[in-house]
Design a protein around this ligand. Structure first.
Ligand code: 4AD
Ligand code: MG
Length: 436
């Protein structure tokens, strides 16, 4: 394997000849000398000075290999090292019309995402995404959860029919999975606590800065857990991920948003927990208003779902996320377990990120009683026949259990304080975008 800039840019190597491969990030041609900023395949950059006669046809984003002496030069970018090139090998001379310049609109950057991935911003986002995946995987492995890969092609809706993507499945209809929950639930009987990171799909008709049509869904499910366990699991997982990226991703966080990186230091466990009832009381006390479907404004009341504005009010001036528990059953999906102490509410829990970043995870304890579950399926206008396999889980050895789903892009958007979820996604899919 060839070596990278990070391996070679060291005090020990000064005066030695090194070999590097990468792409021309910036190019400044003078009569005798050409200054190249070389970017390697991990996004590190180094200045290289090359006799101009070797560089005549070079354009930015050309791929090259350079050989030369490493020198110290305090004026050079990134750590004050420079390569005095004596040999250059060209893999490909890029066309002159590279569409990504230094200042481009967000739309152009999205239209050319296959190329704008090479910007330092997206390289750093890519590294943080890798860390979120790695550190969540490490946390689950250490806590002895089983990682599973549930199916993506399914026939039952989990989160309601309105956001299903339909696909032709031989001679039948199928859908792209909205959540792996029902499959994870069936696995706890034989594998114990299970978890997955899988794509989930939602045909979201709204164009918002926090909805994607395809997102990275981290989901977990475990037998014999109660609400307190479920909350503690999420708290530990999220705190561990944040602690790890603070330790291992300082450079990326600083580059993308130094202020947001500082904010992470204020996060501590346990996170605050409030019930939905209390949340509504608080919101009414500050006269939080919502808009009805017919457009009329009114004071929020018990039974309303929490929308972006109410979530913002609840989390204003906080540094920690907040768990909201015990929602009215009728605003939650069929699988939520009825609260044994209050038949109108269910044992559901959402985690709201501070400062209005909104919901980052949703979950709860599942209805484990066959009759109640069947009744709830009917009440939400679904057909129990479509869920016969899922109902079997309540017929044959049902146990109390629960789980949650966390949107990785939602989590990263909050961590980085980015306004649009598309900017933490390598290839975002939305109502108006499926290319590239
Ligand atoms: O709240 P949701 O819809 O809950 C479920 O899907 C449960 N079945 C999960 C479970 O209990 N296993 O989605 C869970 C999380 C949300 O809190 C949010 O972070 C993310 O998934 N999410 C989205 N992220 C980006 N774009 C969308 N359209 C999203 N929809 C949900
Ligand atoms: Mg939700």
């Amino acid at each position: 394997m060839f070596k990278r800039i990070a391996d070679l840019r060291t005090e020990d190597n000064v005066g030695k000849t090194i070999l590097l491969r990468g792409w021309i990030h910036r190019l400044r041609k003078q009569k005798e000398k050409t200054f190249i900023i070389l970017r390697d395949d991990r996004g590190d950059i180094i200045q290289a000075v090359c006799p101009s006669k070797f560089c005549e046809n070079l354009m930015i984003e050309s791929s090259i290999e350079i050989q030369g002496k490493l020198e110290k030069d305090p004026r050079a970018v990134e750590g004050g090292y420079e390569v005095k090139v004596d040999k250059i090998l060209i893999f490909n001379i890029a066309n002159a019309d590279y569409p990504i310049g230094e200042y481009q609109s967000d739309e152009i950057l999205l239209d050319f995402r296959h190329l704008s991935l090479r910007t330092r911003k997206m390289i750093n986002v890519g590294k943080l995404r890798n860390s979120l995946l790695r550190y969540s995987r490490e946390w689950f492995a250490k806590d002895d959860w089983m990682e599973v890969t549930p199916p993506i092609l399914v026939q039952s809706s989990v989160e309601g029919g309105s956001t299903l993507f339909e696909v032709k499945y031989f001679n039948e209809k199928a859908y792209l999975s909205q959540s792996s929950q029902l499959y994870l639930e069936s696995m706890i009987y034989c594998l114990g606590p299970v978890w997955t990171i899988s794509p989930s799909f939602r045909a979201e008709k709204s164009r918002t800065i926090r909805h994607l049509a395809e997102f990275t869904h981290l989901e977990a499910e475990a037998p014999w857990i109660n609400m307190t366990d479920l909350i503690t699991i999420q708290e530990k997982l999220i705190f561990s991920i944040i602690t790890q990226i603070k330790e291992h991703n300082k450079k990326e966080l600083e580059f993308l948003n130094a202020a947001a990186a500082k904010k992470l230091d204020e996060i501590s466990t346990p996170f605050e927990k409030i019930t939905y009832d209390k949340a509504i009381d608080n919101l009414r006390s500050i006269e939080c208003r919502i808009r009805d479907n017919d457009g009329k404004e009114r004071l929020i009341e018990w039974g309303d779902d929490l929308n972006l504005e109410s979530e913002r009010e609840l989390t204003r001036d906080r540094s920690n996320p907040i768990f909201v528990t015990n929602y009215p059953l009728r605003i939650k999906p069929f699988y939520v377990k009825q609260d044994p102490l209050n038949e109108k509410t269910g044992l559901a829990v959402d985690l709201l990120a501070p400062q209005g970043y909104g919901e980052i995870s949703g979950g709860g304890i599942r209805e484990d009683n066959l009759e109640k579950l069947t009744k709830r399926i009917r009440e939400t206008d679904l057909n129990p026949n479509d869920y016969s396999w899922y109902l079997d889980l309540r017929k044959y050895g049902s146990v109390p259990h629960g789980g949650f789903g966390l949107g990785l892009e939602r989590l990263l958007r909050w961590i980085l304080d980015f306004d649009d979820i598309k900017n933490v996604t390598l290839f975002p899919r939305t109502m108006t975008r499926i290319l590239p």
